[in-house]
Write a protein that binds this ligand. Structure first.
Ligand code: DQQ
Length: 482
């Protein structure tokens, strides 16, 4: 195993312990956004991320870096990339990826400067402890000529035979988001091939895909290919989507499209293939409170849990929390085959804001079933996860998650079809201000909650308009990852 410098003390600030996650990755202080450069290298997981060492706001972005042996417990390493005055990244080292280039760890990222974002390369000769930028950066000096583009940045790279392929995120004015395909023999000299996929900004079904795509990712999964992009429009960040389809001879034919998470927090995900062949995804959990509250907290942004992707029947994209997370499980509560009321009696003593809940509910004749989390005894504060049986929708309601005026709650929802007799299977992760939910392995909804009361840590199940059965319930208090 490579030896890394001892844990690095990144600048710290007031940690806001009431809302600061304990088992979702984040730096000790300041701003974090997109995961970058995810790679499993010599038996260790490396996580890079968009980071501002100067404060909890997005400015002059560096690459933070952390390492983990088990995908769950992380150690901070020195910052990997910093903007260089006068260089092609003088205004920020924006998002990118990592590849193994004949044994040399190589980062391809978007150098931000007055001309916009351009592809830059950096390599490490000492096992990822320090990084050297290529003297000839940027390696792609300008977007392809002849295209009227809306923005142009972010990278994903793969190899086919001996040729490297790269996608850069963009949008074609008047059309929609675009993933632009390049190829290279050496990772440094790139030739534009054409758009791999172009969206239609006028279409809203099944999902609107905006005017520009950030953070493209492209990979094989279960015999098909997935193109994941984050939907951007007129400076606003929306949600990540995934197209599933066929890829052959450098042409991609999407067949299915859906959101990767129905919530308003999860954005800019990136995946990687680990040594065991799993496709692992992390995303940025954005804050949902105003900038003044983020500055007061001294930190902003966290990573999602590691999610394992798979392709289910009929090309449905599946997401599961990485099984490695189970090592965080502590005190356990169990209930089986009882009504909602009996289960609530059991849960009456449960009060935790760092908890995993595994719940199987048979909706019966109920119109709506679900769980209230981070609930104050009087219900004034609560985060509400529900399944609307007739509409077949999964919803996360954070409108009452916080009595503070600085938090921006809302209701986020998306489709979840249950087959006849199929129970609702929920994996709910509550981590102080993060609620991350996996439903029936094929729908996710995540959001942020900033309860103001110490007592807002209760858990309660509900069923309305009929009666539902709790087939099984297990809950564990989860430990910290540090
Ligand atoms: N964040 C990066 C960009 C990317 C955006 C800048 C997505 O490279 O497009 O911090 O959140």
């Amino acid at each position: 195993m490579p030896v890394h410098p001892t844990t690095v003390a990144l600048p710290t600030a007031a940690p806001d312990p009431r809302h600061r996650p304990r088992y979702h990755f984040l730096p000790p202080a300041n701003w974090l956004n997109d995961p970058n450069g995810l790679i499993h290298w010599n038996g260790e997981y490396h996580l890079f991320y968009q980071y501002n060492p100067a404060g909890p706001f997005h400015a002059l972005i560096h690459w933070g870096h952390a390492v983990s042996a088990d995908l769950v417990h992380w150690r901070h390493l020195p910052l990997a990339l910093a903007p260089e005055p006068g260089g092609p990244d003088e205004l920020g080292c924006w998002s990118g990826c990592a590849v193994d280039h004949d044994g040399v760890p190589t980062l391809v990222y978007s150098g931000n400067s007055a001309v916009g974002q351009r592809a830059c390369v950096a390599t490490s000769a000492d096992g990822m402890q320090t990084w050297q930028k290529f003297a000839g950066n940027p390696v792609i000096a300008a977007p392809p000529p002849g295209l009227d583009l809306v923005e142009y940045r972010d990278h994903t790279i793969w190899q086919e035979d001996a040729v490297w392929y790269q996608l850069i995120g963009s949008g074609i004015r008047g059309a929609g988001g675009a993933a632009l395909l390049y190829r290279s023999a050496d990772l440094y000299a790139w030739e534009y091939v054409g758009p791999l996929c172009v969206g239609d900004a006028r279409t809203t079904a099944p999902v609107w895909t905006g005017s520009m795509w950030e953070c493209p990712d492209f990979f094989e999964l279960g015999g098909q290919h997935v193109l994941a992009v984050s939907v951007w429009d007129a400076g606003q960040l929306y949600y990540p989507v995934a197209f599933v389809g066929d890829y052959a001879r450098h042409a991609f034919t999407p067949a299915r499209l859906g959101k990767l998470d129905y919530g308003s927090s999860f954005y800019a995900p990136q995946t990687f293939r680990d040594a065991s062949g799993r496709r692992v995804m992390f995303g940025w959990m954005r804050e949902q409170r105003d900038e003044a509250a983020q500055r007061a907290a001294g930190w902003s942004g966290a990573m999602s849990l590691p999610r394992i992707l798979a392709l289910g029947a009929a090309g449905v994209l599946e997401q599961r929390p990485a099984p490695e997370l189970e090592q965080l499980r502590g005190r356990h509560i169990h209930a089986q085959a009882v009504g909602v009321a009996e289960t609530n009696a059991l849960l009456a003593g449960v009060s935790s804001d760092t908890i995993e809940i595994m719940l199987e509910l048979a909706p019966g004749d109920a119109a709506e079933v679900g769980a209230l989390m981070l609930r104050s005894p009087d219900g004034a504060e609560q985060t509400r996860l529900s399944y609307h049986c007739a509409e077949r929708r999964l919803a996360l309601d954070t409108t009452r998650a916080s009595l503070s005026g600085s938090a921006h709650g809302g209701v986020d929802s998306g489709p979840l079809e249950l087959a006849a007799g199929e129970p609702l299977r929920l994996r709910i992760f509550v981590d102080r201000s993060i609620v991350e939910v996996f439903a029936n392995e094929r729908a996710c909804v995540s959001g942020r909650a900033y309860p103001t009361r110490e007592s807002s840590a209760g858990l309660e199940l509900f069923a309305s308009g009929g009666s539902a059965t709790v087939v099984a319930l297990d809950a564990w208090e989860l430990g910290a990852i540090w």
